[in-house]
Write a protein that binds this ligand. Structure first.
Ligand code: PNS
Length: 174
């Protein structure tokens, strides 16, 4: 083996991949968790990054969303939950992430996601957006619908983890 190929091999072995999975997560759903699980298998480390104050009137505070995410991702050692402000690519750069992970459920997500991915690439060409598809069973699932159904008294069983179901029920009772 030549010294140059040895250096190359060492570099390859030592490289660890870090992906950022950004979102509002108001609240985290089983669809998000499905994607997180898929992400843990592909990347060495996955940072689930909650955008602070993503909506004018969120159901859960940023602190609550982070707390819930930490609870339901505890089983994966390579997952970290964090909060970010401002530009996503700036945060990804600071974290030295190579990848932004996003989920695409249906073709209707594609246009918005493509626009964001291309704009993020324009802002930071060294960070790649990787799209993954959650399981088909979650293709119609969104945090917005979960919030709405829960607040109108419908059942969200099976759409979110049990502890999130409980937190949603508590919110609706208030
Ligand atoms: O779960 P969401 O609401 O679909 O996530 C959207 C999110 C947080 C990924 C997006 O709004 C975002 O990246 N916001 C940070 C501000 C930013 O970088 N805007 C430029 C995007 S091209």
């Amino acid at each position: 083996m030549s010294p140059s190929s040895l250096t190359r091999d060492t570099k390859t072995t030592m490289k660890t991949s870090l992906a950022i999975y950004p979102g509002s997560f108001d609240p985290v759903t089983n669809g998000h968790l499905d994607l997180i699980e898929r992400g843990t298998k592909i990347f060495d480390r996955l940072v689930v990054a909650v955008l602070r104050n993503s909506e004018k009137d969120p159901l859960f505070t940023t602190t609550e969303r982070v707390e819930m995410l930490r609870e339901v991702t505890r089983q994966w050692e390579n997952v970290e939950v964090d909060v970010f402000d401002g530009l996503l690519v700036e945060y990804a750069r600071q974290r030295k992430a190579q990848v932004i992970l996003r989920g695409i459920r249906a073709i209707s997500d594609y246009e918005y996601e493509l626009q964001m991915a291309l704009m993020n690439r324009k802002l930071e060409p060294n960070i790649e957006t990787v799209f993954m598809m959650p399981a088909e069973a979650y293709s119609y699932l969104s945090s917005r619908l979960v919030r709405e159904i829960s607040q109108l008294g419908g059942t969200i069983h099976g759409l979110v983890p049990p502890i999130i179901e409980e937190r949603l029920k508590k919110k609706s009772r208030k």
